[in-house]
Design a binder for this molecule. Structure first.
Ligand code: NAD
Length: 282
């Protein structure tokens, strides 16, 4: 039976570390501040943004949420982003995605100052991640790495397989695993013999968006399985991309959904915000 890598326990640890860091920064005259810009009233986005606000408050980080109407124009949104870039009291800045269809997401992300880009989505931070420079790594893959570290998984020389090649999860995950000395294969919807490739993995990361897609026959006995997927079933229950019950019989360690990577994603946003605030002291 696999060990369960609990996002709940680890996120709580990370948050108490963040709260201590906030105290230290405050004693140096800096109150870390995260500003989130939310455009429109997408229900899922609203829930995510409320969660971010709650996390900040819990750790003593100042939280500002700029709630803008769905009709906000791209120019208006860009003006808000630039104002936050210039506001020295804002350390971390993110624009909640997705944006309404009339706004060019890339243009907005590119307008965020890289030193405030705590989501790690700007081309500057992505580029720095590629070349192995200090950067803000995207929160979800950074959270997965933290889970692997906390579980004591030895990565050097191991085979890692990432299913999914999105800019926010799959690609940066592959970069972080490469930096941690694993040999990485990235799979996607056009991959042939996906199950056979997955069976080679010592570390298997699923970031697909299909409920229980990774079945036991795709997992090597003893592998570590990280489930990034968050899928809502017709029953309203959440489930991951991995068939948890069957795969946990085979894997050596596995992350649950809910209570896994999602909580670490939230925690890493706080870590990045602290880092952004700390850099202003340097
Ligand atoms: P995405 O839709 O941008 O990317 C999905 C990827 O899966 C694509 O690269 C695609 O090629 C691949 N894929 C799709 N069907 C496939 C198939 N049949 N075989 C192999 N590969 C296939 O999604 P995303 O933004 O990367 O998110 C992936 C999942 O992770 C979603 O369930 C999302 O909700 C979840 N997610 C969770 C967190 C978190 O905090 N836990 C954060 C972001 C995303």
């Amino acid at each position: 039976m696999a060990t369960i890598i609990s996002g709940k326990a680890l996120a709580a640890e990370v948050k108490s570390r963040v709260a201590r860091d906030v105290e230290e920064l405050r004693s140096q005259g800096v109150t870390p501040c995260l500003t989130v810009i939310l455009v429109g009233d997408d229900p899922a986005s609203r829930v995510y943004v409320n969660g971010k606000e709650k996390d900040c408050i819990e750790c003593g980080i100042a939280s500002r949420v700029l709630r803008l109407p769905a009709e906000t124009t791209q120019d208006e949104l860009l003006a808000h982003v630039r104002a936050c870039n210039e506001d020295a009291s804002v350390h971390g800045l993110l624009v909640q995605l997705p944006l309404p269809a009339h706004i060019d997401e890339r243009a907005v992300i590119e307008a965020i100052a890289p030193e405030k880009d705590v989501d790690g989505f700007t081309p500057v931070n992505v580029g720095r991640l590629v070349i192995g420079e200090k950067c803000f790594a995207p929160c979800t893959p950074a959270g997965c790495m933290e889970m692997l570290r906390a579980a004591g998984v030895e990565l050097t020389g191991k085979r890692a397989v990432v299913i999914g090649r999105s800019n926010i999860v799959g690609k940066p995950m592959a970069l972080l695993l490469t930096a941690a000395n694993t040999t990485v294969t990235v799979c996607h919807s056009r991959t042939k013999d996906l199950a056979a490739v997955c069976r080679e993995a010592d570390v298997l990361v699923a970031a697909i968006g299909r409920p229980r897609f990774v079945t036991a026959d795709m997992v090597k006995p003893g592998a570590v399985v990280i489930d990034v997927g968050i899928n809502r079933l017709e029953t309203g229950k959440l489930c991951g991309d991995v068939d948890f019950d069957a795969v946990s019989e085979i894997a050596s360690a596995i992350t649950p959904v809910p209570g896994g990577v999602g909580l670490m994603t939230r925690a890493m946003l706080l870590v990045n915000t602290i880092e952004a605030a700390r850099r202003t002291l340097a």
